[in-house]
Each structure stands twice: as C-alpha cells, then as structure tokens.
Design a protein around this ligand. Structure first.
Ligand code: AMP
Length: 520
C-alpha cells in the first residue's frame, strides 16, 4: 500500500506535500527544489522531460516545450480562451475528436490530460524519492472557478499518471485548510489567489475544524502570464521603436520577451528598477542582429498592470456580494499564488479589505500543504475527527430552454455535494426521444456558457404528448463533478443517455493513455 500526498497542479508551477507527524511538509527534489515548473519538454524520439530541465528548453525550442497547458484543460478548441493561448505559446493547438483542445508537438497530438499526467507523474516521483515510499494516491487542487469539464479532465490526468485521485479540492479552500487546521479559529477568511494563469477569490467561515466556503468567484484568464503579457507587449513596442522592425509575428522573439518580462517582474518585486537586455531576437533587413536594451521601473510596471489588478477587485466585489459581507467584515486575508509576491498586489489587496494580508504563509506552498492535510484526513483512521470541508459549486448549472435561454437548475455557490431533479414531458405524440443540453456558466443565453453535454434520452415508449414523463437528476459531487441520470416515470426504468458534444475523454481513451509502470 502506498501513501497519499497533496499536489498543487499549477499553471506555472507545481508543488507536492505530505503530512508528517501532524505537520504538512512540502517535499523537495534531489537538488532541494520545492517548486517545479509545470513545463513538459519533448526531445528526440518523443522523449519527455518535466520541471526545471524542461523549462530550460523553453528558450531554444519553444515549439517543443509545453507550458501553461492547464489553460487548455477541459476546454473546447473553438473557445475564445483557447484562441488566446494559441496566440501566446510556441507549440501548436489542435482539435481533438470531441472538439477538445489538444496539443501538437513534433507532429504528434497529445490530449491536455496527458501533458498534465506527465507533470503529476513527475510530482509522484519527487514524492517517492523524498519519502522512500510508494505514492499511489493524491488530493489534487484546482482553481475554485474550474467547471465540471476542467475538474473531470484533471481527474483523468491523475488516472493516466497512475494516481488514485482521492479528491479534487479548490486551491483557495486548500489554503484556508493549511492556515486554519487544528488552530481552533472562528473567523471569516478571504483567500485571494492570483497564480500564473487564474484568479480566484473564496470567502470562508472557519469554525474550529469546520471549513465552510460561503462564496467563490474567479476569472480563469487572469494570472501572472497576463501580467507578463502586458509587460512583454510594452517591451515589444520599445523594440519596434528602437530597431524599426516589427517582430511581433515571431514566436521565438515573443517568447524571449515574455521570459524577460517575467524575470523583470520578479526582480521588480524587490528593487525599484531593472535593466532589460535581450539579445538575438532576430535580424534586420541588412542581416544585422536585433536585440533589446532598455530599463523598466516599478512606476511603469504599475501603470501597465493596474488594470489587471482592478479586474481582480471586480471579482472580489462579486464574491463578497454573494456572501452578503463587506470587505471590512473579513477577519483575515490570505494571499495565494506566486503573483501575490509582487508587493504592489499585496498593498492593493490590503487597501481593498482595509487590513493587511497575512504574511506568515508561503503563497507558493500553502495550497499543496492544504491538499496534504485533506489527503491525510481522507486516508487516516484516527479517534479525533479531521477537518470538515464544505465547498460550493462555482458556476450555475442549467439547461437550455426555448429561445436559447438557460433555465438554472443548481445556482452557483450552492453547497456541494448536491442534487436537483426535474421532470420533462414529451411535447409531441409518439415522441421517443428527449434532448437535454446541460450548460455551466452565468449567462442567461446558453450560447455564452460552457456546454457540458448534449444528452439524448432515447427509447421512450411512443405515447400521446405529455404522457411520457422523464425525471432527470442533476448531481454535483464533492469534487464539483456533474453527473446527470434519468428515469422514465411511467416504467420506472433508467433511461439510457447518449452524451454528445462533450469535450472530455472517454473512459477507454483514458485507459489507452495510461502510462505503464515503467513511467514514460
Ligand atoms: P503560481 O501559478 O502560483 O506558481 O504563480 C506563478 C506566477 O507568479 C508567475 O506568473 C510568476 O511570474 C509569478 N511570481 C512568482 N514569484 C514572483 C515574484 N517574486 N514577483 C512577482 N511575480 C512572481
């Protein structure tokens, strides 16, 4: 029997932790590193390296080096978000057989779940090396705002990596768990989580070891990468101005500037100004090499990133509204995600809530630590009860009705697990099929939400209209994953459902992709 760990599978970096003697400990690799880039690099013969070594390859082989793959997980290839990723990265984005976004490297197409599985497998190995034990189970964290498809895809990634996914928990909830577990606190806590790719805010009520999420809100396209993006755009504009050549069409140049922007951003979290030197960006019409040499100061960066920070506060307003609280009613503010290391962000968050955020937690490690607490709770037998986690569903679950509108079935911020039933009648005589389209999202129009599945309830008994009644049950489990089942009320039989237009992998595909025991 192996042990269970907590894994923070981040957009930029991943972290693994385990409970040891009642404390949650982040595990380091052989070089002592605790934070591992979520980067998967492909080499000759489709060989794969993950983590720090993979990140080094980004500078010279961006087309073979997959980063930020989490932005694509559980998304359809034709979505706006995927389009944005396509413009941002050096590797190719392809369309899978179900319309899901996939990743093309060296002419081969990979499901995003496979890329995520490589990262999970890497974390598993690090944990096994650090503990000397077999790791076969994990609690994996996801952004609170992840929808059903993104959660399901994360679960599938664990299966491909040979890990039993004990539970999917939300990153902010995990952070609150690491902060409050065993501390006997009674507080309202806000978790402001700004990572590499996503922003989440969760409002929790802590009552001893009861952790109750009251509301959550987020933006799956607001993260450190976007901050790098606006700084890189600024550098690109400077380059165009200096060299008189527009290199914005070059993926290699864009990548180099993005890397430089990220380095500068990190440096500017400690110093007032930095020199930015990026050689070898391309050549001009005469064949001379083009490089960028400039200076960035905190003031300029503040001007560039302030609109992004403001966007996060609109999301905070929404979460507080949903919780029926004002910023001043929050007793403690926790910062999570690497981007909150930037002092301007901590300062702005402090202004917003009217209190300085907690500075005792490590924003990079706290999520994995909370996941390890939960992994321990779910696998250990002890006389004292562990923490009780009550989370909510982040997005409204609904079905399409006439006119392309959505009828809400389970509203956002409903505590999970939960279920709701709805009865459908046939609308025509001898109708043998009922079609139900399930959506997740906040728009009143179906087309603006995420289509989870197109369910066809077939083989109904031909009868007069309205006579056949089908009861459809919509359930959301503790992982936030949606399950839809249906029953013919006339016969009492369960109705078979065909799921179409679902961007997830089938169970068979997941099995086929599974890594063998020797790894990859
Ligand atoms: P995460 O997904 O939580 O690992 O967050 C990664 C993001 O945090 C990336 O965009 C990093 O550039 C950013 N980041 C990490 N450390 C710092 C720092 N000291 N200052 C500014 N940004 C940082």
């Amino acid at each position: 029997m192996g042990i269970a760990v907590g894994i923070d599978l981040g957009t930029s970096n991943s972290v693994v932790a385990v409970m040891r003697d009642g404390k949650s400990v982040v595990l380091a690799d052989e070089e002592g590193r605790k934070i591992h880039p979520s980067v998967v690099a492909f080499g000759y013969g489709h060989s794969v390296v993950v983590g720090q070594r993979a990140r080094q390859q980004l500078a010279y082989a961006p087309e073979n080096t997959v980063y930020s793959a989490k932005r694509l997980i559980g998304r359809r290839a034709d979505s706006e978000e995927v389009d944005r990723v396509r413009r941002m990265v050096g590797w190719g984005v392809a369309t899978g057989p179900n319309g899901d976004a996939r990743i093309r490297v060296q002419g081969k197409v990979y499901a995003v779940q496979e890329i995520a599985a490589h990262i999970l497998s890497h974390m598993k190995k690090i944990a096994e090396q650090a503990t000397g034990e077999v790791v076969d189970a994990a609690v994996i964290t996801v952004p609170a705002y992840f929808n059903d498809q993104q959660r399901q895809a994360t679960r599938d990634a664990a299966t491909i990596a040979g890990l039993n996914c004990l539970r999917i928990i939300n990153e902010p909830t995990a952070a609150a768990l690491a902060y409050g577990f065993g501390q006997g606190r009674r507080q309202h806590v806000a978790v402001y989580d700004l990572g590499g790719g996503t922003f989440d805010i969760s409002i929790l009520r802590l009552d001893d070891d009861l952790f109750e999420v009251i509301s959550t809100s987020g933006d799956t396209f607001l993260g450190g990468d976007d901050f790098d993006g606006v700084i890189a755009d600024h550098l690109m504009a400077q380059l165009t101005h200096q060299a008189g050549v527009d290199l914005s069409g070059s993926a290699a140049a864009r990548n180099k500037l993005r890397e430089a922007a990220e380095r500068a951003k990190r440096a500017l979290s400690e110093v007032e100004a930095v020199a930015v030197k990026v050689p070898g960006l391309g050549r001009d019409a005469q064949g001379n090499p083009i490089g960028l040499q400039t200076r960035l100061d905190q003031h300029t960066v503040q001007r560039l990133i302030m609109p992004l920070i403001q966007r996060s506060f609109v999301v905070c307003d929404d979460a507080l509204n949903q919780a029926g609280l004002t910023p001043r009613q929050i007793d403690e503010v926790l910062l999570v995600g690497g981007m909150t290391r930037y002092p301007l962000i901590a300062e702005a968050v402090g202004h917003y809530f009217g209190r300085s955020p907690n500075t005792h937690l490590n924003p990079d490690e706290v999520v994995a630590q909370g996941a390890a607490v939960q992994a321990h709770n779910l696998t250990s037998f002890s006389e004292t009860p562990g923490a009780v986690l009550l989370d909510v569903t982040p997005q409204t679950l609904g079905i399409r009705t006439v006119g392309g509108f959505v009828e809400a079935i389970i509203p956002r911020n409903t505590p999970i697990p939960t279920q709701e039933a709805k009865t459908f009648h046939t609308a025509h005589d001898n109708q043998t099929e009922v079609r139900i389209q399930v959506f997740q999202g906040e728009s009143r129009m179906a087309a603006d939400n995420e289509l989870l599945g197109d369910f066809v309830l077939g083989d109904l008994e031909p009868m007069e209209r309205g006579k056949v009644k089908v009861k459809v049950n919509f359930a959301i489990d503790a992982d936030g994953i949606v399950k839809v089942t249906a029953q013919d009320l006339h016969t009492g039989n369960n109705v078979d459902m065909l799921i179409e237009a679902c961007s997830n992998l089938s169970a068979d595909e997941v099995q086929e992709m599974k890594f063998d025991d020797l790894g990859f």
